[in-house]
Design a protein around this ligand. Structure first.
Ligand code: NAD
Length: 260
């Protein structure tokens, strides 16, 4: 049985990496997917992948920091498939640096994409979900939002904000039947990790260190993260709201992380 049959879903940052994985799997589970990304070509590629597999999707090239873009994307999705009852805000930037190494522009842009993007997309879909009698909003956080990671000050701060926002929205919209949860992956084998590793002085050693410090002796896979999103978007999670799901193989318990 398909877990998300007939659910209209909006996924931000769906052109690459984990967001792409969520979009492909949601479509395979029967959802109609709005593939939103700032990279139009990436949006189009993912939509083609979905339609070739007999799924339903629409490309929504948009910048999540721009209210007009977000409004237009939600309008296009609604005209095509109906009002969204699932929102995944996954788009993010991950600037590295301690606080004093982070410029004001980099700080502002990280908060604009990671946090304001959640605000703008949620602001558009909440009234639609309320009218539909409910929905599921899932904010992509990170282990850094609770634990912090060395050299990721702005990123960690944005992810902590998303966890707090999920809890605040969960309470505010509980009576509307809108569930809001955060998901906090640990280190995942993904393009974001590959880019980060490639930028280090010794990429091979950095990659080895990432695996070495994990309780499981390895980083997670995109599919392992996607599984949790499918659950939270589905009716199986009908009483789950305000949670922050760690998908980190126990890394947040173990505590020690590589100094990069
Ligand atoms: N990869 C990991 O190890 C890891 C771990 C924990 C959390 N996460 C989180 O998972 C999410 C996805 O990570 P990923 O590794 O797939 O990253 P990624 O960089 O591969 O994908 C992010 C996507 O967001 C899009 N995007 C960036 N700015 C945008 C904007 N202004 N408007 C619309 N789209 C925009 C990018 O074009 C890209 O397609 C992020 O929220 C990240 O913080 C990743």
């Amino acid at each position: 049985m398909q877990a998300l049959k007939g659910k209209v879903s909006l996924i931000t940052g769906a052109g690459n990496g984990i967001g792409r994985g969520i979009a492909l799997r949601f479509a395979a589970e029967g959802a109609m997917v709005g593939v939103l990304d700032i990279q139009p070509d990436a949006c189009q590629r993912v939509v083609e992948e979905i339609t070739q597999a007999d799924g339903q999707a629409v490309a929504l090239p948009a910048d999540v920091t721009r209210a007009d873009d977000v409004r237009a994307a939600v309008r296009t999705l609604t005209e095509r498939f109906g009002s969204p009852t699932v929102l995944v805000h996954n788009a993010a930037l991950m600037p590295s640096g301690t606080l004093d190494q982070t410029s004001e522009d980099v700080w502002d842009r990280a908060f604009a994409v990671n946090v304001k993007g959640a605000y703008l997309t949620s602001r558009e879909v909440v009234p639609l979900m309320r009218r539909a009698g409910g929905g599921s909003i899932i904010l992509m956080a990170s282990i850094t939002g609770t634990n912090g990671l060395p050299g990721l000050a702005a990123y960690s701060a944005t992810k902590g904000a998303l966890i707090a926002l999920a809890r605040a929205m969960a309470i505010d919209y509980a009576r509307d039947g809108i569930r809001v949860n955060a998901v906090s992956p640990g280190t995942i084998d993904s393009p974001m990790l590959h880019t980060f590793v490639a930028a280090q002085k010794d990429p091979e050693e950095t990659r080895r260190a990432f695996d070495e410090v994990q309780p499981r002796g390895r980083v997670g896979t995109i599919e392992e993260v996607v599984n949790v999103f499918v659950f939270l978007a589905s009716d199986q999670a009908s009483f789950v709201s305000g949670a922050n799901y760690a998908v980190d193989g126990g890394a947040s318990i173990k505590g020690d992380q590589p100094r990069l």
